[in-house]
Design a protein around this ligand. Structure first.
Ligand SMILES: Cc1cc2nc3c(=O)[nH]c(=O)nc-3n(C[C@H](O)[C@H](O)[C@H](O)COP(=O)(O)OP(=O)(O)OC[C@H]3O[C@@H](n4cnc5c(N)ncnc54)[C@H](O)[C@@H]3O)c2cc1C
Length: 430
């Protein structure tokens, strides 16, 4: 018979970033509905109220509509002090031209948050962060926070979690350690962490004349940059860069190469600074008898909406536990198909980002595409395909598969063809 959770069973969740806290929240919600009483332990050494990298799971902190709607369904309303900025538009900077795209559907809200207590050198003191809010909610609903690092997890008949001071036998282990520290699993788990790329981030004070609700995106310069974004967060601007072989001075080089340095606070403008890893593929062997990995430690969407993936992988895994039990076969049936669907969607994402790079490299295509975007600005929202594709790629707010097929739809191709025939005009500034 397959093992199932019973009254009084202990669930150990290692890591209380979004994936760990969401796993606790989903599990407690589902257990409550099933009339099951569980002991849920959340192991997390980080103090999320501390400013700077020490209290922060280092990320740009843009929350997608899909995530916000999912949270609402779980009874989680973001407090106003946690929301730094509702994002209403993106300004795409391309070789001196500026293309401004607004939210294609006003019903789809996206916001920026801080993950920890704000920038390390914030002049105005700390801010209320997202990860602290989620952990508080998990504790308020019955989880117990154990504020220490897990040193090792052994796999005996059951997983056993070891901290410096104590050991905890678990009826179920949830691994939610992300990709920025080594997963403390014994080799018997046969777990392999996902592949990653390195990003660079910093925070600066937002200049008074900087649009308060607009993300600015930049490409190509300095060489190796895939994209760079300046994201408003209340009084601050977060700078996030993805690229190949980013130097230790990547943020300063980027500001210089894009000609942004003169308009921003003078040196030393840097208020924080970090080079976190981002997951770009799935882990190997991420579930087994009585254990499952969620969030980045398992699989996430390519480049975007990682917090949304944390929410949804945690939900699927915990639904699987309640419906199909704790065995490897149960997870294979209930959880693996969902993770494979994310991986398939990421293939479309790779294709889209590759097409985007080709467009950036071809002056003819780039001009046609800019003209197509320009022409769409005059169209009603439901007819704007290029704008919707770009918005979806930058915010992670829609499946890559949908965006890919939209980008090769007859309407999108007609727009590009008209652009190829069209005359170059200065593209509209915001
Ligand atoms: C530069 C950058 C920008 C990004 N921007 C966005 C964005 O705008 N929007 C978005 O949705 N996603 C974004 N992401 C992705 C997002 O950060 C991740 O997908 C998300 O944090 C994954 O959540 P998680 O809980 O799986 O992992 P994490 O957030 O990394 O949390 C893991 C937790 O586990 C804890 N932990 C680790 N080891 C142990 C241990 N041994 N014992 C106990 N605890 C442990 C850590 O302290 C941490 O709190 C970005 C990523 C990067 C790198």
């Amino acid at each position: 018979m397959r093992p199932h959770l019973k009254d009084g069973d202990r669930v150990c969740i290692v890591g209380a970033g979004p994936a760990g806290s969401f796993a606790a929240l989903h599990l407690l919600h589902l257990a409550d509905r099933a009339g099951l009483s569980l002991e849920v332990l959340l192991f997390e050494p980080r103090d999320f109220s501390a400013p700077g990298p020490g209290g922060c799971n280092r990320c740009a902190g843009v929350l997608s509509t899909r995530l916000l709607r999912g949270m609402q369904a779980l009874g989680l309303d973001l407090p106003p002090q946690v929301v730094q900025t509702p994002i209403r538009s993106y300004a795409i900077h391309l070789d001196g031209d500026l293309v401004s795209i607004g939210q294609p559907d006003p019903q789809r809200r996206i916001v920026s948050v801080y993950r920890g207590g704000g920038p390390r050198l914030a002049p105005g003191g700390g801010v209320a962060g997202f990860d602290a809010f989620l952990l508080e909610q998990a504790v308020a609903r019955g989880a117990r926070h154990i504020p220490v690092r897990v040193r090792k997890v052994d796999l005996d008949a059951r997983p056993v979690v070891h901290t410096a001071r104590a050991s905890y036998a678990a009826d179920l282990l949830v691994l939610a350690t992300g990709v920025n520290s080594r997963a403390p699993l014994d080799r018997a788990f046969a777990y392999h962490a996902p592949p990653t790329e390195v990003m660079a981030q910093d925070e600066i004070l937002r200049p008074p004349d900087w649009p308060p609700d607009q993300v600015s995106a930049f490409f190509r310069h300095p060489p190796g940059l895939t994209f760079g974004a300046l994201i408003p967060k209340g009084r601050y601007l977060n700078i996030s860069l993805l690229g190949r072989r980013l130097s230790t001075d990547a943020v300063a080089d980027f500001l210089e190469a894009q000609g942004l340095a003169p308009g921003l606070p003078p040196a030393p403008g840097s208020l924080c600074g970090c080079t976190p890893r981002i997951a770009v593929g799935a882990a190997g062997c991420f579930f087994g008898e009585r254990w499952v990995a969620v969030g980045d430690a398992a699989v996430t969407r390519l480049y975007k909406d990682g917090i949304g993936s944390a929410f949804h992988t945690a939900r699927r895994a915990m639904q699987g536990v309640l419906e199909h039990g704790l065995s490897q076969r149960g997870f294979q049936r209930a959880y693996a198909p969902y993770c494979r669907a994310i991986q398939r969607d990421n293939l479309y994402g790779r294709l889209l980002f590759t097409c985007w790079e080709w467009t950036l490299r071809s002056p003819l295509l780039l001009r046609a595409w800019k003209l197509a975007l320009q022409a769409e600005q005059a169209e009603p929202p439901e007819r704007r395909v290029h704008i919707r594709v770009l918005w979806g790629m930058f915010t992670g707010d829609e499946l890559y598969r949908n965006l890919f097929w939209l980008s090769v739809s007859p309407r999108a191709l007609r727009g590009l063809a008209r652009g190829l025939r069209g005359s170059p005009r200065k593209v509209v500034a915001r």
